[in-house]
Each structure stands twice: as structure tokens, then as C-alpha cells.
Design a protein around this ligand. Structure first.
Ligand code: ZN
Length: 256
């Protein structure tokens, strides 16, 4: 019945090409929606996603239980956690907008507060720079990786602006500014929810990643996980998605 109607619609007066194209577009849209629904269902089947559900449901008690605050370094680890909150997306995480093929390259620390209120601190000593076009981002050069002193690494902090791109970064780190030395714990700015031109809401969070140097004194492309390092041993916290177990509190053998 359905197919018969479709057939007579396609064979209707005039060229059938526009109708065929419309049909193809509709089928593609359905396919993509189904794919997204399957991805979404897979995400929520992951036991670690229960925390997400609780966090976004938003009651104060469960948010408190999910919040990690690590203003001091964990024993044996060199970095402090740059902001307080729920570490919702981990390093190597395939959930959310990420996938097994293109996993998350850093950690996302979600804030329960409005944009612009939760402070972000330097995770370690180093030289802060900000490219001219960076609305919500700064990068910090650490000349000696504390865990592998023969190499230089970079610490990348982003989403420190509101939806319109008005930033919450401290004035000392203006766009185009470079190489300002700060000590661990220095205030850099506040968390926001800036996501470029995308209409997708990302929640108020800081994305933090450790980026490899290219060997010539420049940072590599932080979007590729191969160019980043597992932050777990630097923070003393289990923030590697591929490691089993929970990521609550300091761990003597963080990472896997
Ligand atoms: Zn992120």
C-alpha cells in the first residue's frame, strides 16, 4: 500500500528527478538520525554515563558527590586539577560527540555554576600564550615535562568564554599575548560554555589537555589524541577512559 503510493507519487506529472532527490534527502536524514540514536543509546548503556545523567539532572547533593576538588597536588603527582567540578569526559573517551576512532583528547571538568563564575588555575608553572584569534583558549608552555624532563609539553585550556564568545580570561592573557610566566595555582580565568559557531549546547566546562611539542618548540594539533598525553599520572587521578575503575580521589598509580 505504502510502496504503491510512493510509486504513483514518483510517477506523477512532470520530471521525477526533484521528487527522487527529495526522497533521497529524507532517507539520508532518517539514516543519520537512527545512527545518532544508536550512538546515544550506547553512551547511556556505559555505566560511567550514569554520573552524567545525575549531573545534568542537577540536584545539589548528587552534584556535590560527583565534584572533584584538587587544589593541592596529589602525592607524587606534579599538577593540580585546574578547576573544580565533575570530570565528565575523560581522556580517550568515545562518548558524546567523540567516537572510538576519534576519542576525546583531554578531560572535561563541568561546573554547576553559571558561565564566568568557576575559577581556572594554572595546573603547573609555565609560560602562557594566547593566539590572536583565540576567543576562549590559552596555552601554557612547560619547558621541562616534570615526568619526562628531556621534552617540552604544552597545557591547553579552553571554553573560557560565554556562548557569544565574550571571554572570562584574565586581562594579563590578552589575545596575541605571549610567554607570560605564571606559577602553579595562578588564576587564569573562569569556565564558560563557548563552542564556536556550533548551536550545540556543551554545558559550562573547562577542557584541559596536555599537548606534545613538535620537537621544534611549537605545539602540535591538540585535536588529534596522538598529539596529547594521558593526564592521569600528571594529576594523580584516574582520568584515562581506557583504564578500569573509578576516577575518584588521588591514586598512587593513576593511568594504566
Ligand atoms: Zn573536551
Amino acid at each position: 500500500m505504502m510502496l504503491g503510493r510512493l510509486n504513483s507519487w514518483l510517477r506523477g506529472p512532470g520530471s521525477c528527478l526533484p521528487r527522487l532527490l527529495l526522497l533521497l534527502a529524507l532517507l539520508t536524514m532518517c539514516g543519520s538520525l537512527t545512527y545518532q540514536a544508536v550512538e546515544f543509546a550506547n553512551d547511556w548503556r556505559d555505566p560511567r554515563s550514569r554520573g552524567f545523567l545525575e549531573w545534568f539532572r542537577g540536584d545539589e547533593g548528587s552534584r556535590d558527590a560527583l565534584t572533584t576538588t584538587q587544589r593541592d597536588t596529589c602525592p607524587g603527582a606534579p599538577f593540580v586539577l585546574p578547576t573544580d567540578g565533575y570530570i565528565g569526559l575523560l581522556w580517550g573517551d568515545p562518548r558524546g560527540p567523540y567516537s572510538q576512532e576519534r576519542p576525546h583528547q583531554g578531560i572535561d571538568i563541568f561546573s554547576a555554576a553559571e558561565p564566568g563564575l568557576t575559577p581556572v588555575f594554572a595546573a603547573y608553572d609555565g609560560y602562557v600564550s594566547r593566539e590572536e584569534e583565540w576567543r576562549s583558549t590559552i596555552i601554557q608552555r612547560v619547558p621541562e615535562d616534570p615526568l619526562e624532563p628531556s621534552r617540552q609539553i604544552w597545557l591547553y585550556y579552553t571554553h573560557m568564554a560565554d556562548r557569544d564568545g565574550d571571554d572570562f580570561i584574565e586581562e594579563a592573557f590578552a589575545p596575541g599575548g605571549g610567554e607570560r610566566f605564571v606559577e602553579q595555582g595562578t588564576l587564569l580565568g573562569y569556565t564558560g560554555d563557548y563552542n564556536g559557531n556550533s548551536v550545540r549546547s556543551i554545558g559550562v566546562h573547562l577542557h584541559f589537555s596536555i599537548v606534545r611539542d613538535d620537537g621544534y618548540g611549537r605545539y602540535t594539533n591538540e585535536l588529534d589524541i596522538e598529539n596529547t598525553l594521558d593526564p592521569s599520572p600528571y594529576l594523580g587521578l584516574n582520568v584515562n577512559y581506557t583504564c578500569p575503575g573509578e576516577n575518584s580521589g588521588c591514586s598512587a598509580a593513576a593511568g594504566c
